[in-house]
Ligand binder design. Structure first.
Ligand code: GLA
Length: 725
């Protein structure tokens, strides 16, 4: 039972500074009166006062009632925005009238079961405040009637105040993921939808409502994210007569979710983060929640070398062995062999689907390389793209019927090729088992520690033919089958880590991260692009889950040349590694690379367990990213330029998150290369030795930056020299 309220007309969920207050009316579904700051302990009288304070008038020119939208808003709530549920039976829209049959409550959790006995529908809504104050909401719909019911959508929403007058959504492209776009809050009901069968480079990612334009460290922000790796709807309903609703749900196509009697549809989880401390407050809720998950990786994140940009498809065992030795010599701890190792895979037109080693290129198999990598003390990783198939593969020749496509589209699905590849219908149990068994065999044989799991195309016309012979949209079952395959491989091979890559960062959501251990944020290793890609990826994902590699200069994805010091400082912001042919490095570069490896290992526990802070700077050329230990005794910042600083006197940067009552030593870590600036105006604190300085100066006054050149970065390390007062 809810510990706080005896009166069963209310549920008060509280955790980590957040409260959700729900009223249980005598008729119909619960109403969310409040989602936001913790309101303290509330007696039934307080709750009646809250109810009264938030009750609405029967507005002129609206339905004759003072209804408030329920946990699943519908027209019978007096709601004319996008409904939370759309179900159809025999071509007719159903309008459920819910009667709550059970409400299970705990201090931070509420599970409501409601029925419409006439229509034969049961709804189960699960609302929870997780660690860090992150709110999770998911619904289930059970068809317990006698006829088939088509679910067109079932989405989760929560109310935000009308003071949220700006909306931020994300877009992007390969290799420039997660670009925020902020506008005034649009009027009416707005649905942002994607139909790529994966999240996509332009995924909605997070929808942010904010009072004013969102800032890093201040202001109220309400965020939502969908834990689902395929088609999605992000929605905001800004009607003149209601609270604004923010929400998201799976986008299902007509006929995709057909519930026969007894069947249930379970939505993905929609996550909601409220913050009174700007975007950093949103990130803190997501990171705290992610880090509290039982499956969260806690071992030191190994320094990686991934071979893609080093050799592409040009696999030579001798060269790759030399590269492995070179990697180990500079401190690499995980060596990952990318695309190009399997049957007939000489370029990206062949081989997908045949997960057996190519003996023309690897006459002795991969055993000698995997053995050497292990002998050198590194983990061995291998690239797979298990959900895909090339027509030029033994698999497609043997089982053309396993391709996920519309069988009615004659003569062939060629027009729907994407990187000359097709999607394997993993919802077909035989196809699923074929892929599982080939991968599992190699994992066991080679002692694979890590899989880079790629997904390099959108799904288009994804028609799945079920065991009943009926053709239906197949994205939902495909996505669930992929999750199940990853989960099974991990269960069968304890300790195996899996990275979610999708042409870079096109699949980085919390759905795929339930079964994977990190994401590849982008195919861009250009540090300038990466500064922002990583910043917005880490709005949801803590840095230990975000792959960030040092590439060569010029960058392969952009042609931009940058200093090694800038590249390493940028890769320090995530789970670091190299995407570089280290055999081509000069002696000086190798010294710097090795120094960087040592620095990363020294600082990684701070970066990977710390609180992320982003200063609100005035100069658009600056990116200030910090990681502060939970006890505030240590911190590390990267201060990077993405263009020429605007002013002759660059601004001072406050090191937010430190304890003003302590003293700290501050020093610049430049062993992997020094940032460049006009030296004749060097500020005093940038001298050779560490400086001792009060925390109050660092947090309240800040450090005067030098006039850095464009595309330069300082790594600033801070350590407490005194205990707290
Ligand atoms: C995708 C990935 C790259 C690389 C290639 C291999 O593009 O994002 O990192 O693995 O595939 O084909």
């Amino acid at each position: 039972m809810n510990a706080l309220v005896e009166d069963s007309s209310w549920s008060v969920l509280r955790r980590d500074g957040v409260a959700v207050v729900v009223a249980h009316p005598e008729v119909g579904l619960p109403l969310v009166l409040h989602w936001g700051q913790d309101l303290g302990e509330l007696s039934p009288a307080d709750l009646r006062a809250l109810d009264s304070a938030t009750s609405r008038q029967t507005a002129p020119g609206t339905l004759d009632a003072a209804w408030r939208p329920s946990l699943l808003p519908q027209e019978s709530d007096g709601w004319s925005g996008r409904p939370g549920l759309l179900v159809v039976s025999d071509g007719v829209t159903l309008y459920p009238r819910w009667a709550v049959t059970e409400a299970e409550r705990d201090t931070a959790e509420l599970i409501v079961t409601a029925q419409d006995a006439h229509l034969g529908l049961t709804l189960r809504s699960h609302l929870q405040i997780g660690a860090g104050g992150l709110v999770l909401l998911r619904h289930e719909l059970l068809n317990d009637g006698p006829t088939v019911v088509d679910v067109h959508w079932l989405e989760a929403t929560l109310p935000v105040p009308r003071s949220a007058d700006h909306l931020t959504q994300f877009t992007g492209r390969w290799p420039r993921e997660k670009v925020p776009v902020t506008t005034a809050m649009p009027a009416g009901s707005t649905a942002r939808q994607t139909r790529r069968g994966r999240s996509g480079h332009d995924a909605p990612w997070v929808t942010l409502a904010s009072s004013g334009t969102p800032r890093n460290r201040a202001g109220e922000v309400w965020a939502t994210h969908l834990g689902w790796s395929a088609d999605a709807t992000h929605r905001v309903d800004h009607l003149t007569e209601h609270s604004t609703l923010l929400g998201a749900g799976e986008l299902v196509r007509p006929g995709e979710i057909r519930l026969t009697p007894g069947e249930t549809y379970r939505t993905p989880v929609t996550y909601f983060a409220w913050s009174a401390a700007g975007l950093d407050g949103v990130a803190d809720r997501f990171h705290t929640w992610m880090r509290a998950r039982p499956q969260h990786v806690t071992s030191p994140r190994p320094l990686v070398l991934n071979t893609w940009e080093a050799v592409y498809f040009d696999h030579s065992p001798a060269k790759l062995e030399r590269l492995a030795r070179r990697a180990a010599a500079v401190g690499v701890e995980r060596f990952v062999l990318d695309d190009g190792w399997f049957h007939s895979r000489r370029d990206d037109t062949t081989g997908l689907g045949d997960w057996v080693v190519d003996h023309d290129v690897w006459p002795e198999g991969l055993d000698p390389l995997a053995g050497l990598v292990h002998e050198l003390g590194m983990q061995f990783g291998l690239w797979f793209e298990p959900e895909m198939v090339n027509l030029d593969s033994d698999l497609a020749r043997a089982h053309p019927e396993w391709i996920l496509s519309n069988p009615a589209a004659v003569p062939s699905p060629d027009g729907l090729s994407f990187r000359t590849q097709y999607v394997l219908n993993l919802a077909n149990p035989d196809a699923w088992e074929h892929v599982r068994s080939q991968i599992s065999t190699l994992v066991a044989q080679l002692g694979i520690d890590f899989i880079k799991w790629d997904h390099n195309r959108d799904l288009a016309e994804p028609v799945h033919v079920g065991t009943d012979g009926a053709a239906r949209p197949g994205t939902h079952v495909q996505t669930r089958a992929a999750y199940a395959l990853i989960a099974r491989l991990k269960a069968d091979h304890p300790g195996l880590e899996i990275e979610s890559c999708s042409s870079g960062g096109a699949r980085t959501d919390l759905g795929i991260l339930e079964v994977t251990d990190r994401v590849w944020a982008s195919d861009s290793n250009d540090p300038l692009e990466r500064q922002d890609i990583q910043r917005w990826t880490s709005l949801v994902l803590p840095p230990e889950l975000v792959g960030a590699h040092v590439g060569p200069s010029p960058a392969h994805s952009s042609g931009r040349s940058t200093d090694l010091s800038y590249r390493v400082a940028t890769a320090l912001q995530g789970h670091a590694g190299f995407e570089w042919d280290l055999l081509t490095c000069t002696d000086d570069e190798l010294v710097a690379v090795a120094a960087y490896g040592a620095l990363y290992k020294e600082l990684r526990s701070l970066v990977h367990t710390g609180t992320m802070v982003h200063a609100d700077t005035v100069d658009p050329a600056l990116r200030v990213t910090g990681f502060v230990s939970p006890d505030r005794t240590a911190g590390v910042w990267t201060v990077a330029t993405v263009a020429s600083p605007r002013d002759a006197l660059t601004e001072r940067v406050r090191l937010d998150g430190l304890d003003p009552a302590r003293r700290y030593s501050v020093r610049v870590r430049d062993e992997a290369g020094a940032a460049k600036w006009h030296r004749w105006i060097t500020p005093g604190w940038l001298g050779k030795d560490a400086m001792d300085i009060p925390g109050s100066v660092l947090t309240g006054v800040g450090l005067q930056l030098p006039t850095l050149w464009p595309m330069q970065a300082l790594i600033i390390q801070v350590a407490a020299t005194t205990p707290p007062e």
